[in-house]
Write a protein that binds this ligand. Structure first.
Ligand SMILES: Cc1cc2nc3c(=O)[nH]c(=O)nc-3n(C[C@H](O)[C@H](O)[C@H](O)COP(=O)(O)OP(=O)(O)OC[C@H]3O[C@@H](n4cnc5c(N)ncnc54)[C@H](O)[C@@H]3O)c2cc1C
Length: 387
């Protein structure tokens, strides 16, 4: 039983062996992605300073490469570029380039003119000093990936099915309950994203995950650019942008982190726009663009995703309950690979992804929950760093 049919639950269902009977339950109606997957603009940057995340991203991108649904491609290797405006930021890019080389990831440090040429609508020649280009990065349509994996899998997907109970016999999971039905189960995977702590609490387990609100805005429709544009990040300004084809999009972490209490989550990974706090952050991010390409905001999204105290997923077995597994706090960037890693653990297969033990869901056991939340929120502005 997999609880959650977002990109993580669907990736797990698609990669479990064909002779395993898999059911995926989700409380959303058919065709709706109410979780974070339905909100992600889909930047897939392969390099991370935590080697385990780089490996998960590589495996994910390899899985996404071939996927399509209803004729629409799921993933485009348009590349990604990190832009530096100051000498300090250049030094950081140089450090990251060295680590990327050690990880064997294609990358290139560029001068200002080369950097601007990659994405002239997004990178301001008046401020750009250098760039770091990752040619194998890409942009994902997370909804298309999820639909394609769902179609590829042999699992039974049950929608409109909110899980309200998980039964344990001895110390082994035995079934999962919705309001109307009970499903026998030898293994239960919590792939319930930001709702992870809620589903874990059904069996008195804790998942130290903090849902946080995050602003992303779209510009108005515009003629498509002729060449594919890499996505752009300004790490020193905690902001990023991408060309969605028919419009531009911009996101920012440059604001006081906004945790969303579990009892305010509802059933959508979306919250009301909080006004000034996000408006100001978006205004600052918009000023990073060349003056001629700053855009009026046509759509605002306050999406919710999961953070952990070390910016790493919570992936693996719960040690106290046999057959109970966690697969939460996983980005689109890491979902396919994390699912592959979990399937290998569940099926005692030879591991293809090293160091998964670092992601054990019980690694923060017995630590103070409010301290864990503080640590998670401290990482919000530096989302690509790990503690
Ligand atoms: C604004 C925004 C921008 C982002 N940008 C990026 C990005 O650029 N790149 C990137 O890699 N990632 C990005 N992310 C993060 C990424 O979207 C998530 O990490 C990822 O989609 C999580 O997938 P998931 O399957 O774990 O969770 P979800 O997609 O949330 O799926 C969990 C599912 O569990 C179901 N569920 C929960 N509880 C129950 C229950 N009791 N019973 C039944 N079903 C249940 C929910 O209905 C939901 O469908 C972004 C997220 C947001 C919100």
């Amino acid at each position: 039983m997999v609880i959650g049919a977002g990109i993580v639950g669907s990736s797990i269902a698609a990669q479990l062996p064909e002779d395993v009977a898999v059911t995926v339950l989700d409380h959303a109606p058919t065709g709706q992605l109410r979780g974070s997957t339905g909100r992600a603009p889909g930047l897939v940057g392969l390099f991370n300073e935590a080697p385990v995340l780089t490996e998960l991203a590589r495996a994910s991108a390899a899985l996404y490469d071939d996927l399509e649904f209803n004729g629409e491609r799921a993933f485009d290797r348009v590349g990604g570029v990190e832009v530096a405006f100051t000498p300090e930021a250049v030094a950081k890019l140089e450090e990251r380039a060295e680590l990327a080389a050690a990880a064997g990831l294609p990358h290139r440090l560029l001068d200002a003119a080369e950097t601007v040429a990659l994405a002239p609508e997004l990178i301001d020649p008046a401020h750009c000093v250098r760039g770091l280009h990752f040619a194998d990065d890409g942009t994902a349509r997370a909804g298309i990936i999820t639909a394609a994996l769902r179609k590829r899998s042999n699992a039974r997907f049950v929608d409109d099915a909110a899980v309200v109970g998980i039964e344990i016999r001895g110390n082994q999971v035995s079934s999962v309950r919705t309001a109307t039905e009970s499903f026998p189960a030898d293994d239960v995977v919590l792939a319930s994203g930001i709702w992870g702590p809620v589903t874990a609490s059904l069996v008195d387990q804790q998942l130290p995950l903090t849902p946080v609100a995050h602003p992303y805005v779209h510009g108005p429709q515009r003629p498509r650019s002729s060449a594919p544009t890499p996505f752009v990040r300004w790490p020193e300004h905690h902001a990023y942008a991408r060309d969605h084809g028919a419009r531009l999009g911009l996101g920012t972490y440059d604001h006081t982190p906004q945790p969303v209490p579990l009892d305010q989550l509802g059933q959508h990974a979306e919250q009301p726009w909080p006004g000034e706090l996000f408006d100001d952050a978006v205004r600052r991010a918009m000023e990073l663009l060349p003056a001629a390409h700053r855009f009026p905001i046509a759509e605002r999204l306050n999406g919710v995703f999961a953070m952990t105290p070390d910016n790493l997923p919570l992936l693996g077995a719960f040690p106290d309950i046999a057959g109970l597994w966690s697969a939460v706090a996983i980005w689109v960037t890491a979902a396919g690979g994390a699912a592959r890693g979990l399937v290998e653990l569940m099926c005692d297969e030879e591991p293809t992804i090293p160091d998964l033990d670092r992601l054990r869901p019980d690694r923060f056991a017995d630590q103070d929950p409010s301290d864990l939340e503080t640590r998670a929120l401290r990482l919000y502005r530096d989302i690509y760093a790990t503690a």
